[in-house]
Design a protein around this ligand. Structure first.
Ligand code: MRU
Length: 371
C-alpha cells in the first residue's frame, strides 16, 4: 500500500551494521491514525513485546513478526536451548491467532536440523518466505472477493444499480493486519481499483477501536469511501437495507469452518442472518487450525487488560495522544478480545484458493493435501 506516494509493507528487514545480521522494522500501530512512525526491533524480547503490546497486531502480521523474532533470537544465540526458549516466549505473547504458532513452527522446522551457525540465516530466509507468501495470499483473496462483490452488485435490483455497494466490516483485517493487502479489506481494495463503487461501514471496534483508527485510516489512504459507526449500529443498518454484505477476517478458523475473530463479530453474524445479509469471512490458509473442530469449546480466547475497557485512547485538542477514563473509579472491567462465530452463520469463506462453504467438506476441497 502507498503512504504519501511511497509503497510500504508493515514489516521489513534493516541491516544491523554487522555483516549477515539484521534488525526488523515495523509500523507502530498503537499511534495510528494520529501519528505514522516506525520502530526497529533488535531482539527477541523486543519482538515479543511488540506483539504483546499490539505495536503489531492482526493474525498474519503477528505470525510474521514471530518468525522474525526467532531470527533475532538466533542471531544472539543459536543453541537448541535458546531456540526452544524463544519459541515459547513468542508463542505465549497472544494465544488466539493460530498464525503465530503456525509461523513459529514453520521456522523451527527449518532451523532445528541445521548446525547453529547456519540457523539465523535460515530463519531469515523462512520468515521472508512467510512474509512474501502472505502478500500473495492477500492479493489472491482480493481477486476472489472481487468476483463475489461484482456478483452482489450485479444481482441488486435495477433501482439500486447506480448506488455504491455497502460492505460492513469489523475490526481491522486490512493491510496493517497483514504484510500487505489484508484479508477482509483486500476485496474492497480490488473492487475500488477495478472501478466498482463500494462504500464501507467501519465498526469502531471497542475496546481498542481498530476499526475507527486503523481501518478508517487505511481506507482513507486508498480513497475508499467509508463511514465509521459505533459497534451497535450494524443491526439497525441491516434492518434498513443499508448493508449489502459483511466481510470480516479471522484469527483462527476451525477445520469445520467456525471462525474466531475480534469480539463482537458473532453479534454481527447474528444480525446478518436475521436480515438475510451475506456474512463472509476472508482468510489465508495460515489461519486454519486443522486440530480444532469446535471453535466455541476449544479456541483459547485472549483476555486483555480491563484498562482497555475502562479507558479510551485518542488525540486531545492539543494534538497529543492521550488516554481518558470512562468508568467510575473502582468499577471492574472484563475484556475478552475475541469471540467465535459458528460455521452455520457464515455464508462463505473467501480464501486465497477460492470461495468455499464454511464446512469441513468445503475446506478439505481446497486444502485436502494439507490435512
Ligand atoms: O486484536 P487484533 O487487533 O490483533 O485483532 C485483529 C482481528 O481480529 C482481525 O480481524 C484478524 O486478525 C484478521 S487480520 C487479517
Amino acid at each position: 500500500m502507498n503512504i504519501d506516494g511511497k509503497p510500504w509493507r508493515t514489516i521489513w528487514l534493516e541491516p544491523d551494521g554487522t555483516p549477515g545480521m539484521h534488525r526488523v522494522g515495523v509500523i507502530d500501530q498503537t499511534l495510528l491514525p494520529h501519528q505514522f512512525s516506525t520502530r526497529t526491533l533488535v531482539s527477541c524480547d523486543e519482538a515479543a513485546e511488540a506483539i504483546r503490546s499490539m505495536v503489531v497486531r492482526g493474525a498474519p502480521l503477528i505470525g510474521v513478526t514471530g518468525a522474525y523474532g526467532l531470527m533475532l533470537a538466533l542471531q544472539a544465540d543459536a543453541s537448541d536451548a535458546a531456540l526452544a526458549a524463544a519459541f515459547e516466549q513468542l508463542n505465549a505473547t497472544r494465544p488466539t491467532a493460530i498464525n503465530l504458532r503456525w509461523a513459529l513452527e514453520r521456522v523451527r522446522a527449518k532451523v532445528q536440523p541445521l548446525p547453529p551457525q547456519q540457523r539465523a540465516e535460515a530463519a531469515r530466509v523462512e520468515a521472508g518466505a512467510i512474509a512474501d507468501e502472505d502478500v500473495a495470499m492477500g492479493e489472491a483473496i482480493g481477486e476472489h472477493g472481487l468476483q463475489l462483490l461484482q456478483q452482489l452488485a450485479a444481482a441488486r435490483p435495477p433501482a439500486r444499480q447506480g448506488e455504491p455497494l455497502n460492505v460492513l466490516t469489523h475490526c481491522n483485517a486490512g493491510w496493517v493486519a497483514t504484510v500487505d493487502w489484508g484479508t477482509a479489506l483486500a476485496p474492497i481494495y480490488k473492487a475500488h481499483r477495478a472501478g466498482l463503487q463500494v462504500h464501507v461501514w467501519v465498526d469502531e471496534t471497542r475496546p481498542r477501536n481498530q476499526g475507527a483508527s486503523l481501518t478508517a485510516w487505511e481506507l482513507g489512504r486508498e480513497g475508499v469511501p467509508h463511514t465509521v459507526i459505533v459497534d451497535n449500529a450494524g443491526g439497525h443498518l441491516m434492518q434498513h437495507g443499508q448493508v449489502d454484505a459483511v466481510i470480516v477476517g479471522t484469527d483462527r478458523t476451525t477445520r469445520t469452518g467456525d471462525v474466531c475473530n475480534k469480539i463482537g463479530t458473532y453479534l454481527k453474524a447474528l444480525a446478518a442472518r436475521d436480515n438475510g445479509v451475506p456474512f463472509y469471512v476472508a482468510l489465508p490458509a495460515s489461519t486454519i487450525d486443522w486440530q480444532v473442530s469446535d471453535g466455541v469449546a476449544e479456541i483459547p480466547i485472549e483476555a486483555r487488560s480491563a484498562a482497555e475497557v475502562t479507558h479510551i485512547q485518542g488525540r486531545g485538542a492539543d494534538g497529543a495522544i492521550t488516554s481518558v477514563q470512562l468508568s467510575p473509579d473502582g468499577s471492574a472491567g472484563f475484556n475478552p478480545a475475541f469471540d467465535v462465530t459458528p460455521a452455520r452463520l457464515v455464508t462463505a469463506l473467501i480464501t486465497e484458493r477460492g470461495v468455499v462453504a464454511a464446512s469441513e467438506e468445503g475446506l478439505r476441497s481446497l486444502y485436502g493435501e494439507t490435512v
